[in-house]
Design a protein around this ligand. Sequence first.
Ligand code: 5GP
Ligand code: MG
Length: 177
Amino acid sequence: IEKTVVMDGKAIERALTRIAHEIIEKNKGTKDVIIVGIRKRGVPLAERLSSIIENIEGVHIPIGVLDITLYRDDLAHMSYQPLIQETHIDEDITNKTLVLVDDVLYTGRTIRAALDALIDLGRPKKIQLAVLIDRGHRELPIRADYVGKNVPTATKEAIAVKLTDTDDCDKVFIGEY
Ligand code: 5GP
Ligand code: MG
């Protein structure tokens, strides 16, 4: 059920534009930056960030993809195991700045698994995290460097993220199970 719209298409675009500028500023440019999207909806977000940065700086930012599946019955049930399915990063990540991108940050378990997978691939110089929504309820000491919007939720609530790449529109709303 759709309860409250928290971001419309314009708000999502503005947030991504701001985050793109923050990535450039924090890293004093874009040298050695690789953006890594977490499937599913982190990937279109990674592509949008890469293209916004390309428009600002005039340089191409490579993109990688991580596919992580969560084993759990539903989003309200909090104990689950993230499992790495695939990693597609063409570049050598040694000494690179990796910016992980996901749609929603919740317990932090997915990001923890993503960090393990990335560190298995090589020795990045740093890893940063960008999320469209931080909905709280962390179970691990993980935080995002770049946040589109903080949306405190009750545990029985979930955030629905719709992106035109995978859905019919760009919209974020609070739903209930
Ligand atoms: P975590 O591992 O931090 O508990 O959960 C993050 C992962 O689960 C992300 O990949 C995210 O896509 C998904 N997720 C967790 N909570 C929500 C939510 O409320 N809405 C959506 N759309 N995805 C969520
Ligand atoms: Mg996900």
